[in-house]
Design a protein around this ligand. Structure first.
Ligand code: SAH
Length: 364
């Protein structure tokens, strides 16, 4: 496999870090059954442990009242794998941002986004969680707050699953959708991301089609993801219709030309039968010209795709501007006229700094 220099750098950085303590959270019934049996406990305790971890949200094994007292004492110090809440803020639109502290003291962000049923659709309310996959991010995209703080490490399986349980408990409502769009680049942490997807599907009970992984694109990894034949949604952060402009916004694009990225995306569609979503952050006077919309349409013609236009959310470090509404709608209209499926995603949680691209590991 040919890895990009960046991907291999991150891989070796993570390999050097001491193995994260394997945690029970994220484990399947079968794995938990094997685990309890190692202590001489009967197999059915594996299912009990599973119920307590995922349904009751137990944080310490010593609280599992159905387990024998003596065994509880023996395993009391073994971590379940839950984080602790460090900070919580609620935006006017009811989006909730959480800063969660991990076992090694690192802080990550998670966002809970409730929605209350769109007219014409089912009136059932949805609860979407935006999860982080790394502490920080090494990609350093120019318009994104996360990259400004640098990169620390990958998240383990349990640290990803924990974020979903945390939001579920706080809202006292089942999570319906999970988007891997928080801190980090998921495809630089493919192993843990795949393990977390599996657990969210099988243990937490969220349908694969309600799970979305967003990537800026790492060479060969979209193809690798396709080999798993998942029914999840793949979202790719494109942000530009050509290589020159993309490179200007996304440093990693230099080593991975847009043609190669799109070729891998086409393979993904062929292998999985699922369309790919392309995300396009609209930056005023940079990538929002009508010519850009036409160029994008031309590139995506014949592609099973959906374009998500994301009007830029301001961050402190750079002075990009969000285009005005007319300009955003004009871009959308051109794509529609060109028969490209497109929608505008006005981010939620803006004033809590919880919107796309505003996440960073701090509450300042
Ligand atoms: N690293 C992954 C996951 C981040 S997802 C990826 O790049 O896809 C977050 C989405 O928000 C990405 O499409 C990202 O490019 C976009 N984004 C980043 N900064 C933004 C900003 N300031 N305003 C709006 N969207 C932004």
């Amino acid at each position: 496999m040919s890895a990009t220099p960046l991907a291999s750098q991150v891989d070796s950085l993570n390999a050097k870090k001491s193995e994260l303590t394997p945690s029970l959270l994220g484990a399947s019934v079968a794995e938990l059954t094997t685990w309890v049996q190692q202590y001489g406990q009967p197999a059915y305790r594996g299912k009990q442990l599973h119920d307590w971890i995922y349904d009751k949200g137990v944080r310490s094994l010593s609280d599992i009242s159905v387990f024998p007292k003596s065994w509880r004492a023996e395993v009391a110090e073994i971590p379940v794998g839950r984080s602790t809440l460090h900070y919580r803020s609620v935006a006017r639109d009811h989006t909730v941002k959480y800063l969660l502290q991990l076992a090694d003291g690192q802080i990550i962000e998670t966002v809970g986004i409730p929605s209350f049923g769109v007219k014409g659709e089912s009136s059932k309310s949805r609860l979407t969680v935006c999860v982080s996959t790394q502490v920080g991010c090494p990609m350093a995209c120019d318009f994104c707050a996360t990259g400004k703080g640098g990169y620390k490490r990958n998240l383990a399986r349990h640290e990803i699953v924990d974020q979903v349980l945390t939001v579920q408990e706080d809202f006292q409502q089942r999570v319906s959708n999970v988007v891997f769009m928080g801190l980090g680049e998921p495809l630089l942490n493919t192993e843990n991301v795949l393990a977390a997807l599996k657990s969210l599907n099988q243990d937490v009970g969220i349908g694969q089609r309600s799970l979305t992984v967003s990537t800026v694109g790492i060479r060969d990894r979209i193809r690798e993801l396709a080999q798993h034949h998942l029914q999840i949604t793949l979202a790719v952060s494109l942000h530009a219709p050509n290589q020159a402009l993309r490179e200007q916004l996304i440093p990693s694009a230099r080593a991975y030309p847009i043609e190669d990225l799109l070729a891998e995306c086409r393979e993904y569609v062929e292998i999985t039968g699922r369309r790919v979503t392309f995300e396009y952050v609209l930056l005023a006077g940079v990538n929002d010209f009508p010519e850009h919309a036409l160029e994008l349409a031309k590139r995506l013609r014949g592609f099973q795709t959906h374009v998500n236009l994301i009007p830029y959310n301001p961050i402190q470090e750079v002075d990009y501007k969000r285009p005005n509404r007319d300009r955003i709608e004009a871009f959308d209209k051109i794509l529609k006229e060109q028969q490209i499926a497109v929608s505008i995603r006005y981010s939620r949680g803006l004033e809590a700094d919880a919107a796309c691209g505003q996440l960073r590991a701090s509450n300042s």
